[in-house]
Ligand binder design. Sequence first.
Ligand code: HEC
Ligand code: HEC
Length: 650
Amino acid sequence: MTLHRSLFLVLGALTIAVTPPGASAQEPLFERDVLPVLTKQCLGCHGGLRQKGGLDMRTMPLLLKGGKHGPAAKPGDADTSLLWQRIASDEMPPGETKLSAAEKALIKQWITKGLRTETKKDEDAHLTPGVKHDPKEVAAAIDKHIQQRLTALKLDAAPGSDDVEFLRRVTLDLNGCVPTAQEAAAFLDSKAPDKRAQLIDKLLASPRFGEQLGRTWREWICPPELPSDMNGGAQPHKQAFAFGDWIGKQITKGATWDKIVRDILTVDGQIKDNPHVIFYSLVGEGGKATPDGSARATASFFLGVQMQCAQCHDDPYRNWAQNEFWALAAFFGRTQGDFNTVTDGKAPPNMSKRGPKLPVAKGAEIVIPPSAFKNSGKAVQAAFLGSKSIDLAVEKPLRPVLADWVTAKENPYFAKAFANRTWFYFFARGLVNPVDDLRELNPPSHPGLLKMLGNEFAASGFDVKHLVRSICNSETYQRTSRASVKQDRQAIAAQTAAFGRMPVRVMTADVLYDSLRQVYGDPKLDLRADDAKGAAAMGQAAQIADPYIEFLRRFGTNEDDATDFTHGIPQMLTMINHPRLLSGSKALDAFRKTNPTPEHTVEWLYLSTLARRPSASEREAAAKYLANSQNSYVGVLWMLVNRSEFLFVR
Ligand code: HEC
Ligand code: HEC
């Protein structure tokens, strides 16, 4: 990831957070309203990197301490506040861009109203911490949290989903594939009052649940373009898949999340025995493990905190110091690895092969390398986030010590980080956004809910299925994604952001591929072009030898935003133009062997793809089409898989 891309992501994400639904009507708060403006306009010069005029405004205490001329703001009195004076006179920011009138008004109002911060009252979690509850109870508590917030924002919740919508959504989410015609008919026709809960249990018991979770984590962890090895330039596609499969198999075996993370953090040896060895080189550099890459990834994926901007200088916007970053990296100081192995040496590798000679790190220290720009050559002692350095015997392996702390029930981040990511997976939006930016000054939209989910996940011994079962049984998850005709765009966005309605998401490449393989009855489904002309028609350039990998590459979605529909042109061209999708389906052939009527066949096609039966007008249209096309059922199939109703998770 280039610096530009990450800067863009950070700023993009921070500015999106500026106005949550209903914010304008409320009094401005530091975290929610003011800090995003300061971040965009001021913290580059008054933050972790630079403190012009002696002023750092990243936190309230720093702002009140102020710079050379004293406190930057005085509660209730804008005119004597330095912060307001400099903004009002357009002295600050010094460059071309100035604050907008709305931003100025916001800051003035915030000072006048007494510098309010997000009230730190401990939000009720609604369930006793330290005890595992029945998933139904957890689901009810989720709904209570969501309803409270909707009420506060004066928003209504959307109605519940119908059986078709629920069946298709939950099957795609938990098993990563559309339901078969048989499964769909069985569920729709069932009269069992608890059939939804039963279906959730069935999907969670299938090995496909683990598989889907494993490949989702693979997508999150793998960089968009995999690193390539030094010699042949080959990318470790197969190894990355094996890593996702490994996570999936652990889940299927009943491994808890702390166990899986511990295995990843402490793995040692060869890839043939340990597919998760690849983790370190995926998050490192040039196909090698690096202490900074391992620290960044551990922070982001397992602790839900973004440390990447504190590698080379104190984070200009967040309250992370460069020292804290390297104290975490120090646990990986002796770790060496590539695509095939990971081991810890006795002494940290010398990280400056070229350039200035650095002192050698001792014990649990790391020496900041020259690539870090500031403080290179400084030795930093290993320490857990938020604590001072810890006592470590020189010869003791360091990664297990870190793993103990990361996966402890008392760890302030671990359970919440997983709960927040899991929430993001289902709702396309975290309770904290970005998903890996948990910190005091970026509070969750539903603090009590995140606390409750974290408590519950820890109390269950980090049982992934318990958390997922609880979420999927909630009314919140089971609401419709359909907007009412009376709603305008803004109302829909506000309702969705407050989780009063399900978002519409794009199927990920993995899920789409599996769904197509199933409806075409073709495990090796190949949608690559067989010549250059065909490739051009589908907007394809160079192709990869493996049809599955090529499919994933081509149909890759935006993993940061599942509701982002802008990726589709080459995908649409492939779906519409590839001859394979019109050349027959083994699954359909097998069904036709039972000698069904044409109406029955059309119904089968609808159930297999859209998990519903055709309407009267759809039956009629299909009959007309079939009469004109020598009963080309595969033509009907082709039309169905090209509908947005098929391609989206609704
Ligand atoms: C490009 C760098 C830059 C940016 C961006 C910037 N400032 Fe400054 N700021 C400075 C410099 C340089 C000084 C010290 C010189 C001076 O006082 O004019 C300063 C001084 C200040 C001071 C006086 C501190 C003291 O105690 O003397 C305040 C208040 C201030 N800035 C507020 C802001 C605010 C609010 C923003 C954003 C809206 C902002 N600045 C953006 C460069 C910047
Ligand atoms: C690989 C090292 C490295 C990383 C990682 C890094 N930076 Fe920097 N950053 C630098 C260097 C070098 C400068 C230039 C410092 C200077 O000129 O004083 C800089 C400068 C900046 C500046 C000041 C730019 C200006 O206009 O003067 C900002 C803001 C900044 N970085 C933000 C970030 C953010 C946000 C991240 C995380 C997404 C980040 N940096 C990660 C090396 C890094």
